[in-house]
Design a protein around this ligand. Structure first.
Ligand code: MTE
Length: 314
């Protein structure tokens, strides 16, 4: 996300695509026997299984599939890829290292605070959030760095959580704050970035039915590296709006500042709706690489959710 040489977005996407498609590239170039390529792929599968086996087991989480979002028009990403390719700068700037650094991360005891312009400020525990009624929704997810995944999230519309705290009619914006615990997060100890991570939405975006708080994926509780215990998912915006490991939500009259927009305003807009026609200053947003199979596909306006959300921006 940054101009820091340790995290060059274009290169990570290209590397990933090359990694996943080395077989195809080599075969196309006429290198390597089928047997050698097969052996390499078996080694990769073996490494993948070993890495996933090192992660802590996660409790099953049951939810009925939302009929409108039972599928997302493209194959679901492999769970093993979603678990091992992450952006979570509190743990590492390297996507393949986040899960290792976050292996034992936990917020326990956990509560989510909701305050600001609400009639009943207070806190809510994870189980109380889940008791409001979990559903599974398969959403497309588009990172600003031009990689994309498709994930069966388990959660519920944020609106159902917020209504318990009775938002005031004066609230026009909602901010989201991630955890802060340098004892657990190496990136917070190094303090390279102004943690805790903070993001925000307009109130109509926050209350939109597509906007979820999520505590699970793939039929289980969220893994630490994916934002346990509770994260935001806003599928028509670039992934950095979907803040992880939330501890506080605040309703405001004035527009709150946001993490990446504060750091690099020319590169990361406050609104951040997915738009293939507006290039990032350092790369095109016209196409995206699918995690898992490395296929390049055209990016769609609002990440393909225009029918649901375009009217918000009329
Ligand atoms: N939330 C926090 N707290 N810290 C982060 O670094 N990265 C964002 C978003 N939420 C981030 C975050 C970005 S840039 C992306 S693309 C997604 O998380 C990645 O989510 P994933 O790792 O579960 O795929």
């Amino acid at each position: 996300m940054t101009s820091d040489s340790s995290a060059p977005p274009e290169r990570s996407v290209t590397d990933e695509a090359v990694f996943h498609h080395r077989r195809r590239f080599l075969a196309a170039l006429g290198f390597g026997s089928a047997a050698a390529l097969g052996a390499r792929s078996a080694v990769r599968a073996w490494i993948e299984r070993g890495e996933v086996a090192r992660m802590r087991p996660r409790a099953p989480l049951a939810a009925s599939a939302h009929p409108g979002y039972a599928e997302a028009g493209r194959p679901r990403s492999a769970e093993s890829d979603v678990l091992r390719y992450n952006n979570f700068y509190e743990f590492s700037l390297r996507k393949d290292r986040v899960w290792r650094e976050a292996l034992d991360f936990a917020l326990d005891p956990y509560t989510l605070r909701v305050d600001g312009l609400v009639a009943k400020p207070g806190a809510i525990g994870l189980e109380d959030v889940e008791r409001l009624g979990l559903e599974e929704r398969v959403y497309r997810f588009r990172c600003v760095e031009a990689w994309a995944m498709t994930v069966p999230w388990i959660g519920l519309p944020l609106a159902r959580v917020l209504e318990r705290f009775e938002p005031s009619s004066e609230a026009r914006f909602v901010s989201f704050h991630s955890f802060h615990d340098p004892s657990q997060a190496p990136g917070q100890r190094e303090a390279t970035y102004p943690f805790p991570y903070y993001e925000a939405l307009r109130i109509d975006e926050a209350l939109h039915d597509l906007t979820l708080v999520v505590s699970g994926a793939y039929g289980k509780r969220l893994a630490p590296q994916n934002g346990a215990p509770l994260r935001l998912i806003v599928p028509w915006k670039y992934g950095y709006k979907s803040a992880k490991s939330l501890v506080r939500i605040t309703l405001h009259r004035e527009r709150p500042r946001t993490f990446w927009n504060d750091l690099e305003p020319d590169e990361y807009s406050w609104e951040s709706n997915v738009n293939p026609l507006v290039p990032h200053p350092r790369w095109s947003q016209a196409r995206e690489v699918l995690l898992s199979n490395g296929e390049q596909v055209p990016t769609r306006e609002f990440n393909g959710y225009a029918a649901e959300v375009a009217s918000l921006y009329a």
